[in-house]
Design a protein around this ligand. Sequence first.
Ligand code: PLP
Length: 368
Amino acid sequence: MIYADNAATTKIDPIALDVMISVLKEQYANPSQPYSFAQEAKKQVEEARATIANCINAYPEEIFFTSGGTESDNWAIKNYGMESLITSSIEHHAILNAAEFVARQGSQVTILPVDKNGYAETNILGELLEKTGAKLVSVMCANNEIGSIQDIKGISNIVHEYDALFHSDAVQAVGHIKVDVKAMGIDMLSASAHKFNGPKGIGFMYIKNGVNKSSFICGGAQENNLRAGTENVASIVGMAVALKNNIQNIDEHQRNISLLETRLIDRLNASKIDFLKNGGDNKLPGNISLSFKGYEGEAILHRLDLKGICVSTGSACDSKRTQISHVIKAIGLDREYAEGTIRISLGKDNTVEEIDYIADSIISIVGV
Ligand code: PLP
């Protein structure tokens, strides 16, 4: 089996897994209890918080543990976007569906379009902020389908000129490209452990000191009274280990993955197949969105699956016609290419041999 769907989820870091098993076995106390056995678990949670904060240049008290990217995104939109909100057309559904929810409650939601490479049209952002008086702008750091990396610093500068708050869904970015919340001017950020070789069902929300905080999940006093529920200690600790390990080797991973990506594209180009590579130059290494003229993405996915290769699609068939993803629609791709979109997302464990096999398999499926 060749796993090339790392934007969907990643394999757990073996060191993180070992640490988690030991926490599950040995440190099972509820961190809120006052006795010393529980205080050890509490200490592990706080050490993990400090490690994570350090990885994105935040302060520990600005990190709040959540169940993952979806929850963090919901927290941002539902707590800060209830009045008015601007978000981009290519956000993950965790943002877009939460935006629809707040729109139904009366919030004024405005969609910021993207260009043909998936970059937000920042030239009209100021005008939109002026016109709508939006209180929150949410634009993702990097797109999950085509990998486009936004000019986060440029966007946050504009947002702050209009005294609005800036949230960024950094689920695909954290652990893969350098994220510095202070340098990038981010007020709130969502991240998810399973995208950076941590466990599933755990993530975090960064909320900058000074931003008015309100609780998202009500209950006990955990997470400084903002996110109730007994802490998932093992997963929190595993997430911190995985993130630290990824960030320690981030340059090397990026270099290797970029080389693999170039090798794959060179091989496909040499075969003279009619395809487009989506997204611009500033994109996540290894997030490769390809559109094959005259094919259906889902059919390619199933044929690759038969060859033992896991990828994703940018379109899905239903009984009537192929449904093209909102991201591929937003970049305005011609339908004859759009229907044939797949996403290959490479990770730090992929090898040259695997890339050659993936390229040869694609050529055998869509080649002339
Ligand atoms: N945001 C983006 C950009 C994602 O890619 C994903 C997952 O695919 C999510 C949010 C949701 O994250 P989670 O799976 O942790 O809920």
